[in-house]
Design a binder for this molecule. Sequence first.
Ligand SMILES: NC(=O)c1ccc[n+]([C@@H]2O[C@H](COP(=O)([O-])OP(=O)(O)OC[C@H]3O[C@@H](n4cnc5c(N)ncnc54)[C@H](O)[C@@H]3O)[C@@H](O)[C@H]2O)c1
Length: 250
Amino acid sequence: MRLQGKVAIVTGGGGGIGRATSSLFASEGAKVVVSDINEESASATVRLIKEAGGEALCVPANMVIPEEVEQLINKTVDAYGGIDILFNNAGVGNEEVRLADISVEEWDRVVDINLKGVFLGMKYALKKMEERGGGAIINTSSVLGHKGKKYVGPYNASKGGVVLLTQNAALEYGGKNIRVNAVAPGVIDTDIIQGWKDDERKWPIISRANALRRIGQPEEVAKVVLFLASDDASFVTGSTIFADGGGMIF
Ligand SMILES: NC(=O)c1ccc[n+]([C@@H]2O[C@H](COP(=O)([O-])OP(=O)(O)OC[C@H]3O[C@@H](n4cnc5c(N)ncnc54)[C@H](O)[C@@H]3O)[C@@H](O)[C@H]2O)c1
């Protein structure tokens, strides 16, 4: 078991990648705090983990609200005594229109969840990890944090920001034995891509736009996150690992 006795928080833990990763963490021996703005879906993840014999707790939080994020961290420490792993994964796509047609509200919504949410998760977890003597943080970026795509301006900007914020935190906290990395998924079969799937004209192209010529499964991202969370990645920090079927090189 690669995470025996570790305490892990997964944000967006009711969604596709968050659920797969929560389940994998638990099967590797971690106590998992499953968090999501959607309490119902986070509770369903906890149920699945418990049915499989794992340990998990549901703590709903909106990652955009500082008080809720602080409470998530404090409740984790109260329940399990500390935090070893934070998977900062909650995220949303944007309404796909050209930049000048994106409302300011839509810009704020997407950048707040995808980037400020990652900042807030780290802001409150880092101090607890420092007190514990170390930890591992994995932030979710995207291929679209590295490569521009039409009609996804706020998403592009927020996911690119996650990469540099990850490097910043890795530099500032490496001396405290805290590793900070990012995972950059390509097109993965979860609810967030439903709009693309529904587009009969574009989907045949989007779904094969990588070297492996298929979309990925959430479990294929979860395995990369597990690597980054575990001691197998003991000398890996400030990195972004792509789980994209070669989407970046396509
Ligand atoms: N699926 C893909 O193709 C893909 C590709 C690259 C990156 N990603 C990223 O992976 C992460 C997980 O997405 P997914 O694919 O599992 O999609 P998903 O929609 O299944 O999961 C996202 C989860 O985040 C939660 N969430 C949204 N806003 C929140 C908030 N304010 N506070 C807390 N939780 C919130 C949602 O309720 C949902 O459960 C996201 O950051 C996404 O941008 C996904």
